[in-house]
Design a protein around this ligand. Structure first.
Ligand code: KIV
Length: 275
């Protein structure tokens, strides 16, 4: 059955955990969807894991639409959420609505995600008023990496913990259907999860959240530039890929691939007429 924003709410109310993974292409989205994952995020983390940037700052609307549309074609059941990239919503409410609309119309999003709390509440309200569901994202918000001075756990002091609670509440009050909590202490994430009516989706925020999300290359061991502490490797796909690539290289060079069964035949009488 197709997961919708209503499913998210029902799952929180029933105490069922919500599973999310990122994807950026058709084939991966199809595999994730067929595995029964509830929702796929086309994260702007594609800047790191797909495009090789050091952070998410250079990611464009065109990048998100291009990858989002591929994911939407592969996801039959999972709710597809597409990230709003840096500077697509910060400057004005009007920009935010126009760009969220593009992600839905051109990218096939079922919902959009944007980073920030109180400071983006007006944008969230306006996007939701345009009938586009919004997922919030508070705590470590990678688009603010230059303001944070690096990838750091957020909400560790009384002041920053209170600010994080205010931000999460502002996102809920603005009409978001869920909120990502990234890199926050587990006990704080639990408090936020209890205080909010909408589901919380954790990444580096402990088991007390209503759901979890990971970047798929991280959980499959396919991205080695950075390995955050919260990542669990569920498989060593990166290692398997490297071994398979090396084996292919060996067989091509030895002339053992392709073998006869990998080729196509032509009838002898046709062949004879060629000489
Ligand atoms: O861009 C992304 O992949 C994200 C998740 C890590 C939450 O925002």
């Amino acid at each position: 059955m197709k997961t919708t924003v209503t499913t998210f709410q029902e799952m929180k109310e029933k105490g069922e955990k919500i599973s999310m993974l990122t994807a950026y292409d058709y084939s991966t989205a199809k595999l994730i969807d067929e595995a029964g994952i509830n929702s796929i995020l086309v994260g702007d983390s594609l800047g790191n894991v797909m495009l090789g940037y050091k952070d998410t700052i250079p990611v464009t609307m065109e990048d998100m639409i291009h990858h989002g549309a591929a994911v939407a074609r592969g996801a039959k059941e999972a709710l597809v959420v597409i990230d709003m990239p840096f500077m697509s919503y910060q400057v004005s409410v009007q920009d935010a609505v126009i760009n969220a609309g593009r992600l839905m119309k051109e990218g096939g999003a079922g919902a959009v995600k944007l980073e920030g709390g109180e400071q983006v509440a007006e944008q969230i309200k306006a996007i939701v008023n345009a009938s586009i569901p919004v997922m919030g994202h508070v705590g470590l918000t990678p688009q603010s990496i230059n303001a944070f001075g690096g990838f750091k756990v957020q909400g560790k002091t009384e002041e920053t913990a209170k600010k994080l609670i205010r931000d999460a509440k502002a996102v809920e009050e603005a009409g978001a259907f869920a909120v990502v909590l990234e890199c926050v202490p587990a006990q704080l994430a639990e408090i936020v999860t209890k205080e909010l009516k909408i589901p919380t989706i954790g990444i580096g925020a402990g088991a007390g959240c209503d759901g979890q999300i990971l970047v798929y290359q991280d959980m499959l061991g396919m991205y080695s530039d950075m390995t955050p502490k919260f990542v669990k490797r569920f498989a060593e796909v990166g290692k398997m890929m490297k071994e398979a690539f090396a084996e292919y290289d060996k067989e091509v060079k030895a002339g053992t691939y392709p073998a006869k069964e990998h080729g196509f035949a032509i009838k002898d009488e046709v062949l004879e007429r060629l000489y």
